[in-house]
Design a binder for this molecule. Structure first.
Ligand SMILES: Cc1cc2nc3c(=O)[nH]c(=O)nc-3n(C[C@H](O)[C@H](O)[C@H](O)COP(=O)(O)OP(=O)(O)OC[C@H]3O[C@@H](n4cnc5c(N)ncnc54)[C@H](O)[C@@H]3O)c2cc1C
Length: 450
């Protein structure tokens, strides 16, 4: 299985994810085929997910620049076509309380405003492009898995209200009827903004919009070489090359350490997996997930889940460490058992889909979009962790504006700074394994006392 720490780009022999999204949106989108010439552009973009496609759209439609996207496989082959489908006010994985403690309230507010702008971007693009992506109504629930977490969620509500002026509210356990069943629900934090959709259809819509605006999107065109001379970057693919004064890197969790030495080891690819069940009976729906909102829990290694429009359950979480390990059926069983523990009424239900993908985590757990120092004309966005559906489109738009020479201001300076490198190279995965064990141990201890 593909692993960004092993392969230099996603090779053609690795199949696309067996995702529910692909089954629901089986048509491949028309693109500009494999790059087979030496060509020029104003901006060359590496990676055809939400970041790359939204950058291409902004460059062509609003900045009047010629943008060429080089995608190793096909657009949305990476995370953008295989995620959990929650578009929320989120980006990265640093909790708001930690952010405030580290940077202060003013910076945290500025960051929150950027995150809100991210969700607005998705809403706007869906509307402008008339993208039919099975968008669900708004509503996000963070559900207290263990009794002591209810109090923590109440404190988080207070923080949302006071610091961000945002109307989050706490829902008592007894009021969760009609939203969330099962024994692991001790109350929930409710956020009124955020919705689920079919993420692959969303990406397809974005690709259509970018191409209609004049962008070129090449599939099966991995960047295998990158040279810079006289202020011009040349990106080489097996069939040709693109030369441009500006490059946007939009490979996020699929970034290989060999893409460019300046970018190497600044994001850690972390694997996330999803199962999708067979359709539930009406009784199972009532006893598990009656809501059509986005749900996640408060475990250290959290689970995210939703009811799909055809009454299946989508259930995701993290346990695999390497690409080689990711196809071990024990990870599928791990998700299944967690789902049934949460919703006992689902015991025995079948699984129709199981897939995974790579998210990018930075050392400070925060996302970024910045001009790469020491590599003039190069811009990179990523580090969204498991929260990139909305923020990647925002980052792509911002990267395009930066590449066009527009001043991009925000009050959260860390967003436009180069992320620190991870030390310890290949030993990182050992550290990650130990961290997962410790987090599981913490959850198990709480479960035993709850
Ligand atoms: C299982 C899973 C569940 C998730 N759930 C959610 C969720 O519910 N909500 C949320 O907000 N976020 C979620 N995410 C994260 C979210 O999907 C991502 O943050 C977002 O899609 C990132 O988009 P992107 O365009 O930056 O990267 P990607 O969509 O990953 O695109 C990167 C692209 O770069 C290409 N590439 C790599 N190397 C090269 C090269 N050398 N040359 C050319 N192309 C190259 C890859 O083929 C890939 O298509 C989830 C992710 C996963 C894996």
């Amino acid at each position: 299985m593909y692993d960004p720490l092993v392969h230099s780009y996603p090779p053609s022999q690795i199949p696309a994810a067996d995702s529910y999204w692909r089954a629901m949106a089986p048509q491949e989108q028309p693109d500009d085929g494999t790059l087979a010439s030496e060509t020029r552009a104003d901006v060359a973009i590496i990676g055809g997910g939400y970041t790359g496609l939204s950058a291409a759209l902004e460059l062509t439609r609003h900045q009047g620049l010629r943008a060429v996207v080089l995608e190793a496989r096909s657009a949305a082959w990476g995370c953008s076509g295989r995620n959990g489908s929650f578009a929320r006010i989120s980006g990265g994985r640093m909790p708001h309380a930690a952010l405030i403690a580290q940077f202060g309230e003013a910076t945290a507010r500025a960051f929150f405003d950027e995150l809100r702008a991210g969700l607005d971007t998705v809403r706007r693009l869906i509307e402008e492009g008339g993208i039919d992506c099975d968008r669900q109504p708004d509503g996000v629930y963070k559900v207290a898995t263990f009794a002591p977490h209810a109090e923590k969620l109440q404190a988080e509500v207070e923080l949302y209200n006071r610091v961000f002026g945002y109307p989050a509210r706490f829902i008592q356990a007894r009021e969760l009827d009609g939203i969330h069943g099962g024994p692991e629900a001790f109350g929930a934090l409710h956020l009124p903004d955020g919705f689920a959709m079919n993420p692959l259809k969303l990406a397809h819509g974005l690709q259509r919009m970018a191409r209609a605006a004049g962008a070129t999107v090449h599939s099966d065109s991995p960047v295998i070489g990158w040279t810079t001379q006289n202020g011009l970057h040349t990106l080489r693919t097996p069939g040709g090359s693109v030369t441009a004064p500006k490059v946007i890197v939009a490979t996020n969790g699929y970034t290989s350490n060999s893409l460019h030495p300046r970018l190497s080891s600044r994001v850690l690819p972390v694997h996330s997996q999803i199962i999708v069940t067979t359709p539930m009976s009406d009784a199972q729906v009532r006893a598990s997930i009656p809501t059509d909102g986005c749900l996640f829990d408060t475990r250290e290694l959290l689970f995210y889940y939703r009811r799909l429009p055809d009454n299946r359950v989508l259930f995701g979480g993290r346990s695999a460490i390497s690409g080689a390990d990711s196809t071990d059926p024990k990870h599928r069983a791990y998700l299944y058992n967690a789902m049934v523990r949460k919703f006992p009424a689902l015991a025995g239900i079948g699984i129709d889909h199981w897939w995974g993908g790579w998210v990018a985590v930075t050392r400070n757990s925060l996302p970024f979009f910045y001009q790469v120092p020491g590599l003039e004309g190069a811009f990179w966005g990523g580090g969204y962790a498991g929260s990139g559906v909305s923020f990647s489109m925002h980052a792509g738009t911002r990267l395009a504006q930066m590449a066009a020479g527009l001043p991009v201001k925000n009050g959260a300076a860390f967003l436009t700074q180069e992320p620190a490198r991870y030390p310890f190279g290949r030993f990182l995965r050992i550290g990650q394994t130990l961290a997962y064990r410790w987090l599981h141990h913490k959850d198990a201890r709480l479960a035993a006392t709850s």
